[in-house]
Design a protein around this ligand. Structure first.
Ligand SMILES: *Cc1c(COP(=O)(O)O)cnc(C)c1O
Length: 279
């Protein structure tokens, strides 16, 4: 498992990579971005902007609740201005309404986000793995991973002795955490630097985005007991559950070496009642 969750407690996991080039492009301009009440992206943006000294605004889906979610409380404490808009207005959000700001799309889904994510695998020696697996929300991370392993990385370079030829193409697999989000293939493909069709599984969402099942919770607890690695309820827990089920189905050929990308998001577990998770 590639532990992006350990990079930073709040700018956790893949969000760090998605923000890197987006904040560079902001060049000091105030940042505006979008998300829901439990959005890891909102919190990561708030934390990263605080570190960089960039003012930021989060446009939050839905009316302001009487009590802010844990995520939004933390984002506000980090200095993010929170603007609540109705679900209807949120659906029609439009970057051109903020001409003087650097607008980062919801979830950091853009080319700059994918470019940052293409650096994830350089954190460790990841060449020997046959399959790289990540959770998918917008597909930005998946696109970055595919871009990093496509092309030159896996091309047989002419003239090299056989022993030095790069390992066979690594298979990058995405696990959708959303129910029936069949546009994700296209959303991901839009960010690929070479034409291709990403491989995304759609049957491990456990009821939909943010939904949990007893099986998911049991899987997260078992995984923690076996490995000491905490996963999050929205993304990485579902990825581990999916990998367990794919193993049961003998999806991976014998001899496969799997690399699971821990994309962070552990703060989302704060929304569970105490005692549900054993970590
Ligand atoms: C946002 C998030 C994802 C989804 O990443 P995308 O690039 O939007 O697909 C996965 N894991 C965690 C922990 C996240 O916070």
């Amino acid at each position: 498992m590639l532990r992006l969750d350990r990079i930073h407690p709040l700018v956790s996991g893949n969000k760090w990579f998605k923000l890197k080039y987006n904040l560079e492009a902001a060049a000091g301009k105030p940042v505006v971005t979008f998300g829901g009440a439990w959005s890891n992206h909102i919190l990561a943006t708030a934390a990263a902007c605080k570190m960089e000294g960039i003012p930021c605004t989060g446009i939050i889906r839905g009316e302001r609740p009487a009590v802010l979610s844990h995520t939004l409380q933390q984002a506000a404490a980090l200095g993010m201005e929170l603007v609540f808009v109705s679900r209807e207005a949120y659906r029609h959000k439009d970057a051109s309404a903020f001409p003087d700001a650097c607008v980062i799309p919801e979830g950091g889904h853009n080319a700059a986000g994918a470019r940052g994510c293409s650096e994830i695998l350089s954190l460790a020696d990841t060449k020997g793995f046959t399959h790289i697996i990540c959770a998918v929300g917008t597909g930005t991370t998946l696109a970055g991973l595919i871009n990093a392993t496509d092309g030159e990385n896996n091309a047989r370079r002419p003239g090299l002795p056989a022993a030095e030829i790069d390992p066979p193409a690594q298979k990058i697999i995405g696990i959708s955490v959303l129910k029936g989000a069949y546009s994700l293939e296209e959303d991901t493909a839009q960010l690929l630097t070479q034409p291709g069709r990403p491989e995304i599984f759609h049957d491990f969402h456990e009821g939909g985005y943010g939904k949990i099942s007893d099986e998911l919770i049991a899987c997260m607890n078992d995984f923690y007991r076996q490995t000491g690695i905490p996963t999050d309820r929205v993304y990485t827990g579902k990825m581990v559950l999916a990998v367990n089920k794919l193993l049961e189905r003998s999806y991976f050929p014998p001899g496969s070496r799997l690399l699971l990308v821990h994309s962070g998001g552990l703060q989302g577990n704060d929304s569970l009642p105490p005692g549900v998770l054993c970590f």
